[in-house]
Structures are given as structure tokens and as C-alpha cells.
Write a protein that binds this ligand. Structure first.
Ligand code: BTN
Length: 149
């Protein structure tokens, strides 16, 4: 019995520990970020590529916000359960482009979270203004479970 205790401990650790990260983080679906922006990511193809759409809650321009397309890719999910990814949003209502890079995590409650950083490049008329043309920030996305009635 004395010898069995460390064995049982190891056995239970081996059974429980993989369960902590066993749930896969899947990019496909509807997401909302800390600014209230919404994005939809479509199916991931065999090369890990995807497309989708983005509706930003905020803008650096006075233009009317419109749904904009995104294109991205991720590392294949069968290789890692919490894949890294990147995508580009080409804004349809401004001359700006945003690139996001991040990782899809499953938190301690089993909830999927996208931790991202972004660079927003705005259009400037003159090279002298290049220094102020790129903003940087972070966004955290959580899954939006849309209910059908
Ligand atoms: C623009 O301002 O020209 C286009 C809209 C940019 C929205 C930015 S992208 C990074 C940040 N995260 C969001 O969800 N929206 C802002």
C-alpha cells in the first residue's frame, strides 16, 4: 500500500494533466473583442487558411463603419491544440489596413480566448508623416454564441 501511493498519484496526474489542455481552440465562429468589435471566421482549409469578416466598433476616421473582409492563416490544429494565427483586415470604409497576430487559448474554465496584437496602418499623403501612420495595440476576443430563435 505504501508503494502503491506514489504510483496512484502519478497515474491520476497522467490522467488529469492532459485534460487541462486537451480541449482544442478553434478559430472558426463568431467572436467579440474588448472594444465591442465583432468578427466572423469561416472554415479553415487544408493549408490552415481562412477568410472572414470584421465589424469594428471604433474607427480612427469619421467615415461610416462598414463590414470589412479579413484573410488569415493558422498553424494546423492537429499539430497544436492552441494554434498561433495571423490575419489582415482590409477596411472597406477607409484607406487603412490592420494586421493581427495572436494565439487561440483555452483558459482554466475551458473557455476559448484569442490573445492578439495588432498594427493599424493609416494612409498619409506625405512621407514626412510616416512616423505617425502606424498604431499598435492589443485585443482579446471571446466566442460569441449567437442564438437562433
Ligand atoms: C480605420 O480606423 O481606418 C479602420 C478601423 C480600424 C479599427 C481598429 S483595428 C484595431 C482595433 N481593434 C478593433 O476592433 N478596432 C480597432
Amino acid at each position: 500500500m505504501v508503494q502503491a501511493t506514489p504510483f496512484l498519484l502519478l497515474l491520476s496526474l497522467a490522467l488529469v494533466a492532459p485534460g487541462l489542455s486537451a480541449r482544442k481552440c478553434v478559430l472558426t465562429g463568431h467572436w467579440v473583442n474588448d472594444l465591442g468589435s465583432n468578427m466572423t471566421i469561416g472554415a479553415i482549409n487544408g493549408k490552415g487558411e481562412f477568410s472572414g469578416s470584421y465589424h469594428t466598433a471604433v474607427s480612427s476616421t469619421p467615415n461610416k463603419i462598414q463590414l470589412s473582409p479579413l484573410q488569415g492563416s493558422q498553424h494546423r490544429i492537429n499539430q497544436k491544440s492552441q494554434p498561433t494565427f495571423g490575419f489582415t483586415v482590409k477596411w472597406t470604409f477607409s484607406d487603412s489596413i490592420t494586421v493581427f497576430t495572436g494565439q487561440c487559448f483555452v483558459d482554466e474554465h475551458g473557455k476559448e480566448v484569442l490573445k492578439t496584437m495588432w498594427l493599424l496602418r493609416s494612409y498619409v499623403d506625405n512621407m514626412k508623416d510616416d512616423w505617425k501612420a502606424t498604431r499598435v495595440g492589443i485585443n482579446v476576443f471571446t466566442r460569441l454564441n449567437l442564438q437562433m430563435e
